[in-house]
Design a protein around this ligand. Structure first.
Ligand SMILES: [Ca+2]
Ligand SMILES: [Ca+2]
Length: 354
């Protein structure tokens, strides 16, 4: 009788070992590829989310501000008067008779260095046009609105019905919806507003008479009556533009009038905004709807602008794409020479008071 003896264990042969190592490596390669690709997808989605969130914030700010451009507390402000002395430069921050005014980033008249001019070219195939500048002026009803209780025109004192926090030198607006005047507060009282010339404020009032603007002869007085429902608020001017933030990321900035003078300072609103192109809708027949959309250079009368249309280009924080990502902006296709992601956002905003 024959017995089959169990085969003696002799380990793996060299070929078996090589095959199993090869299979192991293959599995490892597959797993790492899955890991890398999901990591890249995650980074990609994270950047896209960041861009969309920032774009939404920027559009919210711009929409609200443009909609309220030229708001002076009434549906119609009547005669509009500005008694502020001129300031240097373009004077955009006290140009209160214009609700909006824009400058083209490629325009020789762009108020540089008041505003840093457009960013350098970011593409090699074609150059994106210089980013535009939009300025807006309006009453700021969020920081206090007071009713006029009496107005002494000879002493240039307007008494109001509450204790305000207007600082000496603040730019204010007083309106009764028939007559609107922007002037500088020259006093210190908390229940009154002074609109004298002098008073060691800058730029100061050219006259105390609120009936006519500076340089418009004859100088006419105007008295705000408490019966007319006249109110006093701060006047505000904003200038929107694009500049590089200290960390090198292009950002949307805003210039704002500071308390106590007509001086302006910049605030960074949101990062990732690389370029904005503004187009203006002009209403030529007075029905509120624009007949034509033009660049700032071609606007014939800024008081006819009833709609602002914007194209905003938003860029990712990191250059995460594996190759240059073509993008479309303001009607043109571009291929960049970097690996950032870019997305265009468009908005059309009706100016409420127009
Ligand atoms: Ca432009
Ligand atoms: Ca029209």
């Amino acid at each position: 009788m024959m017995f089959l003896l169990p085969k003696k264990q002799s380990g793996f042969s060299l070929i078996e070992l090589m095959i199993s190592i090869g299979l192991g490596l293959l599995l490892l390669l597959g797993a790492s590829q899955v890991y890398l690709s999901s990591k890249q997808t995650y980074a990609f989605n994270e950047e896209l989310g960041w861009m969309q969130e920032n774009a939404r914030f920027a559009l919210d700010q711009l929409n609200r501000d443009v909609r309220m451009a030229g708001f002076w507390g009434c549906s119609t402000e009547g005669k509009f008067v500005n008694t502020l002395n001129p300031v240097g430069g373009s004077g955009w921050q006290i140009d209160f008779t214009r609700a909006v005014r824009g400058w083209d980033g490629d325009d020789a008249g762009y108020p540089s260095p008041e505003f840093p001019n457009s960013l350098g070219p970011i593409v090699n195939a074609a150059t994106v046009p210089g980013s535009d500048l939009l300025t807006i002026r309006r009453a700021d009803d969020s920081t206090g609105q007071f009713n006029v209780t009496s107005h002494n025109t000879s002493s240039a004192v307007i008494d109001v019905d509450g204790s305000h926090d207007f600082a000496k030198g603040d730019i204010l607006v007083v309106t009764d919806c028939n007559h609107t005047a922007v002037m500088q507060h020259t006093g210190n009282g908390t229940n009154m507003v002074n609109h004298n010339p002098g008073g060691s404020v800058s730029p100061g009032n050219c006259q105390k008479a609120l009936g006519s603007s500076c340089g418009v002869a004859p100088s006419v007085d105007y008295r705000y009556s408490p019966d007319s429902g006249a109110t006093v608020m701060r006047a505000q001017a904003h200038g929107y533009y694009v500049d590089l933030a200290p960390n090198g990321v292009p950002s949307l900035y805003r210039r704002v009038i500071q308390s106590g003078s007509a001086a302006v300072a910049s605030e960074e609103l949101v990062q990732g905004v690389e370029n904005i192109q503004f187009i203006y809708g002009e209403d030529l027949n007075g029905d509120g709807a624009p007949e034509r959309y033009v660049d700032s250079d071609d606007v014939t009368d800024w008081s006819d602008v009833t709609v602002v249309r914007l194209n905003m280009l938003v860029r990712s924080l990191a250059a995460i794409a594996s190759q240059p990502q073509p993008f479309r902006f303001a009607g043109t296709d571009y291929t960049p020479d970097d690996r950032f992601l870019r997305q265009q956002f468009v908005s059309t905003i009706k100016i409420r008071n127009k």
